[in-house]
Design a binder for this molecule. Structure first.
Ligand code: SF4
Length: 390
């Protein structure tokens, strides 16, 4: 017989978390199923207290530039409004000079990081090997701007290069690392459930491959972020199973004394407005449901916080106002300036394509918290200062 959900069972879960214990996947599902404002307020307060214990009061941000070097992609993810076929109107493929010009503009604005991801363009093999196309970009950026941290190429891109060139994942990661890639975005995780993946990204790497590539990266000293694409067809059980796999991978990296780890968890709520129609119709919503995203951010803090300390909302998807509220639901970082965001904006996101440093700091100060610039690996930048609300 299933035990009834009572105030005391919710309270016991939250108290266990506040005492430093890990809650279970089943506990997390129970929390995610709560719609009563009283329970939600208790979950929010717990997540906020854990955030304070685990990462303190200061909210961090990074000055970075996003460069999506091509939207030509061989895949057809059902949530993606960014991809184009090579001969389709709007298709683009940036050459190295343009990428360098964008990086120079970012440096002029104080960027410490370039974040680079793109479509899976089979023409990358134009120079013989796909890997050489990627290495060429990295080498040019490293040589022109050695001070920049390159946060680049998702596990899906690693698998694409490996498949195109007949290399192992470790060979691809080693080559990128040697050329100057400093960390890898943990995108393409979407939901680590192969039934969900069959619907939203049927051509993408499966869950096991995503985990294998990320684990390989960690063993080789390449840190990654972790993400969850939420708010479409997935269930609370699938959301929690996703978080369970992230937590297990981080525990494994710690147990094995891996040279790198997950640096952060980022929630990416689905934006459907201009996404391909079948998924958009099935979800029946153009913009993310902020209440659902906040509850999931809080549960992610409660479930993951002992293992992944840094949690970030997406201002692109929630808007800066929504992301600022998420700082009171377990998040301790507000992300990057980005300078140009295309992928989610083309799906109809209303959060904008860039933020200034002043805007990010002002948002943080609005909730009476100190603000501090960080680097990609969450180290405070020595040349910068913490600022406090007026
Ligand atoms: S999400 Fe990425 S892999 Fe999928 S279609 Fe869009 S660009 Fe291609």
């Amino acid at each position: 017989m299933v035990a009834p959900i009572t105030t005391s069972s919710i309270r016991q879960i939250l108290d266990r978390a506040l005492n430093g214990q890990d809650i279970s996947e089943a506990d997390g599902i129970l929390l995610l199923q709560q719609s009563d404002p009283m329970y939600r307020a208790a979950i929010q307060a717990t997540a906020d207290q854990l955030r304070q214990q685990q990462s303190g009061e200061t909210v961090t941000y990074v000055i970075n530039r996003n460069i999506n070097f091509t939207n030509i992609c061989e895949q057809h993810c059902s949530f993606c409004a960014f991809r184009r076929d090579p001969d389709q109107e709007g298709a683009y493929w940036l050459d190295t000079e343009v990428i360098l010009t964008k990086a120079a503009a970012a440096v002029a604005q104080g960027a410490s990081e370039i974040c680079m991801q793109g479509g899976l363009n089979p023409a990358a093999q134009i120079h013989g090997r796909a890997l050489d196309y990627y290495l060429n970009i990295v080498t040019h950026l490293r040589s022109a701007f050695p001070q920049l941290h390159l946060h680049a190429f998702s596990p899906q891109e690693v698998q694409f290069i490996a498949r195109q060139d007949g290399l192992s994942y470790a060979q691809v990661i080693a080559a990128l690392q040697e050329a100057g890639v400093g960390s890898m975005p943990g995108t393409a995780a979407e939901v680590l459930d192969d039934e969900v993946r069959k619907v939203i990204c049927p051509e993408k790497i499966d869950s096991a491959t995503w985990l294998e590539i990320v684990s390989t990266a960690h063993q080789m000293g390449m840190p990654t972020t972790s993400t969850l694409l939420s708010g479409h067809i997935e269930t609370p059980a699938q959301q929690m199973h996703h978080l369970q796999q992230l937590r297990r991978l981080q525990q494994q990296a710690i147990d094995q004394d891996a040279a790198a780890r997950f640096t952060e968890f980022i929630l990416l709520p689905f934006v459907g407005q201009d996404a391909p129609k079948p998924l958009r119709r099935r979800v029946g919503r153009d913009q993310p449901n902020l209440d659902d995203a906040l509850l999931l951010m809080a549960v992610a803090r409660i479930y993951l916080g002992n293992w992944i300390v840094n949690h970030q909302p997406s201002w692109v998807k929630l808007g800066l106002a929504g992301a600022t509220i998420a700082l009171e639901w377990g998040c301790n970082d507000i992300g990057g300036t980005l300078m140009e965001e295309h992928i989610t904006t083309m799906a109809g996101a209303q959060g904008g394509t860039c933020q200034t440093e002043a805007d990010l700091r002002a948002a943080i100060h609005r909730i009476e918290r100190p603000a501090q610039q960080r680097d990609t690996l969450y180290r405070y930048l020595p040349s910068t200062q913490i600022t406090y609300p007026a």
